[in-house]
Ligand binder design. Structure first.
Ligand code: ATP
Length: 315
């Protein structure tokens, strides 16, 4: 049995080795990308038994992903190698101090062909927690079905379910379709973890409190609103409210902070920590995720987490 399970698409990522437009970049450094994969790495590094479900192509990128899953000790027994479709990849510009440009090569990828199965149902049913994001919903009808099926199975066995909206407007035909599809899934979750800008798109409300209330009124039990370098706030259906200022770190690449945050929150829950400690762990893992350029390199083990959180619990 697993502590936590997640699913989605993992991609090879090529990060520009020099600043400037991607059209002119000559050298790239290879890495792996995928929001749910990042969360799985974060959980595994904290010692939780973690599974990731997906499909990769029978190509060097796919075999690289399998090797990385194994290296991190993530259960990948339900990762299928697709003989007929390629592993997706993306290229990312180097934009020190700014937002990098990301270009995807992911249409018709192996990852988009993950479909529901009895084996996946059994794996999800054996885990204490399911984590999903809004990205698979944009990729294919099969993945959309997989996401809803996984939530149904997890809820059926009494596992907790978290959804990080992870809005990717570039992957959707229009904003309305995106908002409807992501909220359809989010409203079936126990926890929803939007960034504040995403929360505004999804609920039409501007402030963290209003965004949280929108979900809590509709049956979600816990909402964490992420505010980047301004910290995060957590609201529960029991009327609790916590806020956590950002931990002081040297941020070099903020991509993946939200995934680290999710891993930290899930980790605190799996450990049976008191609710007031959850947000601090989530915020600390999110902060540490920003301290390296790779999407997973900054994710802490227990020692690195303890070193940052220390004895005090910010609130
Ligand atoms: P992304 O999708 O890019 O990973 P996100 O919007 O999901 O981002 P953020 O709000 O950027 O998530 O980050 C999640 C959490 O990580 C924040 O709420 C905060 O606790 C922590 N964090 C992010 N950036 C910083 C930073 N520069 N310094 C300290 N903590 C940070």
């Amino acid at each position: 049995a697993l502590d936590a399970v997640t699913f989605g698409e993992v991609m090879a990522m090529f990060v520009a080795g020099q600043a400037g437009p991607l059209e002119q970049v000559e050298q790239y450094r290879r890495a792996l990308a995928g929001a749910e994969y990042n969360v799985a790495v974060g959980l595994a590094r904290l010692g939780h038994r973690t599974g990731w479900i997906g499909r990769v192509g029978d190509d060097p990128f796919g075999h690289y992903a399998l090797a990385e899953l194994a290296r991190h000790g993530i259960d990948a027994s339900l990762v299928t190698v697709d003989p007929a479709a390629p592993t997706a990849f993306q290229i990312k510009s180097s934009a020190p101090g700014g937002e990098p440009r990301v270009v995807y090569f992911r249409a018709h990828s192996a990852g988009s062909r993950l479909a529901p199965s009895a084996a996946a149902d059994a794996r999800v049913a054996g885990a204490r927690h399911l984590h999903a994001t809004g990205i698979p919903l944009a990729l294919s009808a099969e993945l959309r079905a997989f996401a809803h099926r996984a939530v149904t199975v997890a809820r059926g066995v009494g596992a907790t379910v978290s959804v990080d909206p992870n809005l990717r407007p570039a992957l959707w035909p229009d904003r309305r379709t995106m908002v409807r599809a992501v909220n359809d899934l989010a409203l079936r979750a126990d926890w929803v973890l939007p960034g504040v800008a995403e929360g505004e798109v999804l609920t039409g409300r501007r402030e963290p409190e209003g965004i949280a209330a929108w979900y809590l009124e509709r049956g979600v039990r816990l909402v964490a609103v992420k505010r980047g370098a301004q910290g995060a706030e957590l609201y529960t259906a029991d009327g609790e409210r916590w806020s956590c200022p950002p931990f002081a770190v040297e941020a070099v690449d903020t991509v993946g902070a939200g995934d680290g945050f999710a891993a930290g929150l899930i980790s605190a829950s799996l450990d049976g920590e008191p609710r007031e400690a959850w947000l601090a762990r989530a915020s600390a893992v999110g902060a540490l995720a920003t301290t390296s350029t790779g999407d997973q390199d900054g994710l802490p083990d227990r020692a690195a987490l303890a070193a940052l959180v220390g004895e005090g619990v910010p609130r």
